[in-house]
Design a protein around this ligand. Sequence first.
Ligand code: PRP
Length: 211
Amino acid sequence: MSLRIALTKGRLEDKTLTMLEQAGYGTEKVRNKGRALVLSDTVHPIEYVLVKSNDCITYVEHGAADIGVVGKDTLLENEGDYYEMLDLKTGKCCFIVAALPQAQLFSKKGRVRIGTKYPHVARQYFLSRNMDVEIIKIDGSVELSPLIGLVDGIVDIMETGSTLKANALQVLDVVSEISARVIVNKASWKLKKDEITQVLADLKKAVDQNA
Ligand code: PRP
């Protein structure tokens, strides 16, 4: 196997596979993976592994995978040593600040509490607004935390906006746009430059076709 690619499971999985298929890669084994964790491409000498988003960075950073496909949200939240090479322009969503209408988040007297799965992104955002906030880390369904009084507002991902709408939360600001990105291990970029350049070129063609 000449290259190993770490794909992020879940939200990005189908979108990434579709893009690889458009680029001419054979992802049937990944689509029909069952409980298998390492899957080979049926066209190219490539091996895929399916991992959680944070682990995608870890595997690429340490060279266990040459290439990774992961959301910009994960890259913004975590430090990491890799090259970010390509925006796949799929899996688009954004980081937002949201709250109940009565929360008056930006004018509230006293310390504001923010619930988020992304403490680093949230801290940076409120620092840039000169607001000293208390960040409370929530692992899932972040939208619940302001509804039952744990926090004054949230920093979270919005894709369709339906979760916010269903819970009467208002978007107060957009922190940044997010999409799937291709990252590359630094040593692999030196040692396997031709193979990696080919994969990037194939994917770029698919991105351009979708534009
Ligand atoms: C994400 C995010 C929101 C939701 C937004 O959660 O944290 O809860 O999706 O999507 P929408 O704008 O299309 O409604 P995810 O489903 O990834 O996991 P979680 O609920 O466990 O946090």
